[in-house]
Design a protein around this ligand. Structure first.
Ligand code: KG4
Ligand code: ZN
Length: 334
């Protein structure tokens, strides 16, 4: 089998389309929605409308860049969930109409599985079984990956996702949206040991990130009362200290799971895997624990359709198709 597939991603604020042929990504077009910046976060209704505007040009560009005609496609894939319902509906409806018009089979993809399968786009590829720390704006999970399509969540956040913690911390420091990448940049020149923020230890492999938000709020209030420009004057050190606490919280559980299961193949995935502190820390731990680590290329960390295409490729080979009755599931589980 040598399938040529079109994949569509529209779960949050990125409209993306990708063409994959026999497991090789030929194009990956991503339209980021700038409209949300002025609101300091993603506004679901505006995301849906922007997806509607973007989807046709994004799909056309993906086919054009790949130099693939619609008649060459073997199937159409879309993100079924998890994500924002209205945003998912745009991708799902478009994929269904496109498939109906061309009489093509449909493949529904789980966005969180796809983040993990982004590791199979380029070399080196992880060996099974491996552990993946999936860290995004909506999820924080440690997943045991037994094969391309057999995954088990071992632990996850009980409240906020770590990406959310990055974004909310940045907001409390007065940084513009999206705060995660900005906090990362500022942290690079700061001292991570200057201030202490909580490293919450939950049972098993679970996480909690809501406490750190409250502690930052109290920290900002207390210090700003004593010195009006405190945050501005110490921004790099504050960012570095927050980032350090968030990364330590993640690494503690990852080390525990790796030890308990005796697994040394370790991957990270999702938007927060673009964080330079997390990437550097993982390199350090690889040395210390003898891990083989897998860090995605930047373009495959945040939301993109190439990862949806990669997942669809494996599902196509497994004969895992859906029907025109498919509908989005905002809370779809791994
Ligand atoms: O995977 P993703 O693009 O979308 C979701 O599925 O949620 O992840 C987005 C999240 C946001 O919270 C964003 O702030 C965070 O990933 N992020 C980062 C960095 N780049 C993206 N967080 C920390 N450091 C970064 N460099
Ligand atoms: Zn994502």
């Amino acid at each position: 089998m040598n399938p040529t597939l079109l994949a569509i991603e529209s779960s949050c604020d990125e409209t993306s389309a990708s063409v994959i042929q026999n497991g090789q990504v030929l194009s990956n077009i991503v339209a980021t929605q700038a409209i949300h910046e002025q609101y300091g976060g993603v506004v679901p209704e505006l995301a849906s409308r922007a997806h509607q505007q973007n989807i046709i040009p994004v799909v056309s560009q993906a086919l054009q860049k790949a130099n693939i005609a619609k008649s060459q496609l073997d199937a159409v894939a879309f993100t079924r969930g998890p994500g924002l319902l209205g945003a998912l509906l745009v991708g799902c409806s478009f994929a269904k109409s496109f498939a109906l018009g061309l009489n093509l089979p449909l493949i529904e993809v789980n966005h969180m599985q796809a983040h993990i399968l982004a590791h199979f786009i380029d070399d080196p590829k992880p060996n099974f079984p491996f552990l993946c720390l999936t860290v995004s704006g909506g999820h924080t999970q440690i997943v045991l990956v037994r094969s391309h399509l057999d995954m088990q969540v071992l632990g996850q956040t009980t409240d906020d996702a770590v990406g959310e913690a990055f974004d909310k911390s940045a907001k409390l420091l007065g940084l513009p949206y999206p705060g995660g990448p900005m906090l990362d940049k500022l942290a690079a020149t700061g001292d991570p040991n200057r201030f202490q923020f909580p490293i919450v230890n939950m049972d098993g492999y679970d996480f909690s990130f809501s406490g750190i938000k409250t502690s930052i709020l109290n920290f900002v209030k207390k210090n700003s009362a004593a010195e009006a420009d405190f945050v501005q004057n110490n921004l790099a050190d504050i960012c570095a200290s927050i980032q350090w606490a968030l990364i330590q919280t993640l690494m503690k559980k990852l080390v525990l799971a790796a030890k308990d299961l005796g697994i040394k193949e370790i991957a990270i995935a999702g938007g927060v895997s673009a964080n330079s502190g997390l990437r550097a820390t993982l390199q350090e731990y690889a040395q210390k624990h003898g891990w083989n680590i897998y860090i995605p290329a930047f373009e495959y960390c945040t939301d993109n359709a190439a990862m949806i295409a990669m997942a669809a490729h494996f599902q196509y080979l497994a004969g895992d198709f859906t029907t025109q009755y498919a509908s989005p599931d905002p809370r779809l589980k791994v």
